[in-house]
Ligand binder design. Sequence first.
Ligand code: PSU
Ligand code: MN
Length: 303
Amino acid sequence: MVLMVSEEVREAIAEGRPVVALESTIIAHGLPRPRNLRVALELEAAVRQEGAVPATIAVLDGRPRVGLDKEQVERVAGEDGIRKLGHRDLPLAVAAGTSGATTVSATARLAALAGIRVFATGGLGGVHREWTVTQDESADLGLLARTRITVVCAGVKSILDVPATLQRLETLGVAVAGYGTDRFPGFYLSDSGHPVDWRLDTPAQVAEVMRAQDALGGDESALIVANPVPEAEQLDPELHARVLDEALRACGAEGVTGQAVTPFLLDHLVRHTDGASLAANLAAVRGNVRLAARVAAAWAVGE
Ligand code: PSU
Ligand code: MN
């Protein structure tokens, strides 16, 4: 089998203990160095503190790995030119012996293959603004429509067209619930300005939905648990609106396209908010990782 699952993660899965998958694109391409390495290790520690086993996922030298040791995390965080891999890139990277960080789509695919049900990230990819011109929609959405996994996130990245993304999720049949809120979170912001139809308030309730998904059968689709960044830690909405506007204009002016768009916009926001966007991003991810660990624990109880 081409998939390499670390011993710790393999044992936890076999014994039905809680495991949380973590993506690596946020480490390699979503956060500035060298802070990214500290964050990656801190997120793993937070999962452990909540009593679950972290499984950071990446591809190293053509081998998809579920559960990284410290040296492997260091490679993902520090290796120059490490690629960004969506799920469609996985077979190509494996055959070429390439190393790469995995996006939500690639991480969800590998996590599901390893038998992991709960996954934490920052914000999902989605439909980009100006979709009518660029047709840029993250592969995250399509993959989540056919993968049985629970993703804890702070909504979709606010650099996207949020209502269009919510509409796509509806069309694709992906379940979405706000966690402790009736509003869809806005990644850096606690509220994207759009409502959600369903609300869950405890990890046990999330686990109950997961069990109902399995009982009902049908599509192997995901459950998105949209967990807002606490209001006290969100990015100032006015600053957000102004800088995002500038970032989108710079992206267009510099002709950035494809996979490069998301990292470009995130980086622009960090540099032009004096780090405030980074603080909000980290607060969101931390909250998601902790909630995911508690969901994994609630899920493990009934397994
Ligand atoms: N959320 C973050 N930072 C990130 C991403 C999400 O806080 O860097 C990454 C995720 O890996 C997501 C990817 O899957 O961006 C989406 O990229 P694209 O729009 O190219 O599909
Ligand atoms: Mn894209």
